[in-house]
Each structure stands twice: as C-alpha cells, then as structure tokens.
Write a protein that binds this ligand. Sequence first.
Ligand SMILES: Nc1nc2c(c(=O)[nH]1)N[C@H]1C(S)=C(S)[C@@H](COP(=O)(O)O)O[C@H]1N2
Ligand SMILES: [Mo]
Length: 321
Amino acid sequence: MSIIIKSSDDILPSEITDQKVFEGRREFIKKIGFGSAALLTGGHISLSHAKTAAGKYSDLPKSAFSAADKLTDFSDVSGYNNFYEFGTSKYDPAQKAKSFNSDPWSVAIEGEVEKPGVFNLEDFIKPYALEERIYRFRCVEGWSMVIPWVGFPLADMIKQFKPTSKAKYVEFVTLYDTKRMPGQVLKVLPWPYTEGLRIDEAMNPLTLMAVGLYGNDLPNQNGAPIRLVVPWKYGFKSIKSIVKIRFTEHQPLSTWNKIGPKEYGFYSNVNPQVDHPRWSQKTERKIGEPFWAPKHDTQIFNGYAEQVAHLYAGMDLKKNF
Ligand SMILES: Nc1nc2c(c(=O)[nH]1)N[C@H]1C(S)=C(S)[C@@H](COP(=O)(O)O)O[C@H]1N2
Ligand SMILES: [Mo]
C-alpha cells in the first residue's frame, strides 16, 4: 500500500480547491451565523454561540448535541485523568504530561481507504469546522464529568478519505514513545494504546474528534493534540493523542478488551443493566460533588439513546457488552 507523505507545500492543486471550498463554507457559516445556517437547512434546534470560556476558541458555534448539564470545573477536567502513558494515578497525568510536546504532530490514515496518507496535524484538521460540544462523559470506574469539548464530527473526516466497501471498522492508535510518555516504560498496558469502533458508530454524528476543551487547545493530560470522544460509551473508548487511524475489515482488538475480555467488551456502551464483574454500573458519582452526595442513576447509553440506540437494534447487549 502506498503512503503519501504530505506537507503544506505539496498538496495537490485539486485539494487546494477542495480546501478553498471548505474554507468558503466555514466563512459563510461564520457570516450568517450558525443559527441561521440551521434554519436554512431546516434545522429545528436553536443554536447559540458558546460563552463557556475566553480563549483561542471562545467564539465557536455551540453544537445542538450539547448537554444542558452543569459543567465539571476545569480544575477537575484537567486534574483528575486517566492517561496511563503518564502514570496510573488520576493525579499523575497533570504532573507528568506537563513537558509533553505535541508539536509537530502527524496522523497516518491507513487500510481500507481510497486516500491513505500521513498528514501533519494542521493540514489534517484544516478542512473541518470546529464547534463546541458539551458532553456527559462516563468512566467505566463509576464516575462522570460534563466537559465542553472543541472538535468536529469524525464522520466529516472519514468521508474525506473515502473508505472502501471493506471498511467495516475503524482502529485508532495512540503515540508510542517511551521518551515522551514516561508511563510507557512500565508494562501496565500493552503499548501502544489502541481502540476501535464499528464504522457506523464512527460515522454517528455524536462521535467527535476533539482538539480542545474549555475554549482552548487540549491540555496534554486530556490527550493533546487530538483525541476521540464517544459520549455514549465508557471513557476508555475515547482514545487520546492519536497518531494513526486504520480502516479494517475485521473487528480490531482494543487495549482493555485485550487485557480483560471478561471485564471490558468491544462495545462498552454505558449500560446500567450490565454490571462490571467487580462492581455495579447502576449508579455514578459526579466529579466535583462531595463524596457523601447521593450518587446518580446511570443512564442507558449515557443519556444518548435517542441518537444511538438504533445502532444496536436486534443485538443482545448483555452478550455484546
Ligand atoms: N491513550 C490513552 N487514552 C485513554 C486512556 C489512556 O490511559 N490512554 N484512558 C481512557 C480512560 S479510562 C478514560 S476515563 C478517559 C479519560 O479522559 P480524560 O482524562 O480527558 O477525562 O481517557 C481514555 N483514553
Ligand atoms: Mo475510564
């Protein structure tokens, strides 16, 4: 398979035209306002401009998919993390990822696509219109947060690379570099961290490629410079610091499924009816609330059933957990 290495000065003229069209569309949406764009397309949902934070992305349109829940404080979002590449304690990543440098960064697109390649991050994300999306986020360990992400739908990106008819799944791979990710020296997980989605899950409009949160670039501990966010699945599906996206015919192995197939399934949909073998999933603790506060009921698909339940019609979700 041929891999095309692209930098900003060897983009084909045809692609530049493409890019102009995209930029034009972006400008257009900016000028008339995202709300009116929704009206033009028959959208029935009111959109507002994000006022979540001052910063690099402070004036992005706010997605209609945003949750109305109270946001988790930035200090918790960026201070209580799972990112084993920087240690296994929740407080390790904020400390140990401080000096992580994610610039330059490149992302490789491989496998069953018509247009594979390796792209530097700026070129990779340039065609897409960023938006703010407030999502509920649920870790398999039983805690949850509400996070204002900055990103774009993964579907927009997938369409660009034209998956072949054999592309049934999408696999994601995190950077493997023991010098830059000190936690990878320990064999606590089989590195590099990988994850996967079925192609229709990947194409669902809720599936987000995030490049920021709270109006700025992603903090290193949250998966800089680019990560996945799948809000209806347990947090471990939302793989951080992605360097490779591969389209495959067969279901890829994912890190947690590999090391604990009885505890972490491929689907990993948030589901109060399917307990983890070692603990209940019926309730969750919201980070930021005092530890004595009553727990909250876990919602099927983390509250996103309306958007995603159809993906699993006819499937036994106790078997396909
Ligand atoms: N590469 C990588 N991605 C990862 C993890 C990890 O250890 N390594 N942890 C996962 C888990 S278990 C969770 S709950 C979320 C946490 O994301 P956050 O720290 O931004 O809240 O990241 C997920 N993505
Ligand atoms: Mo998690």
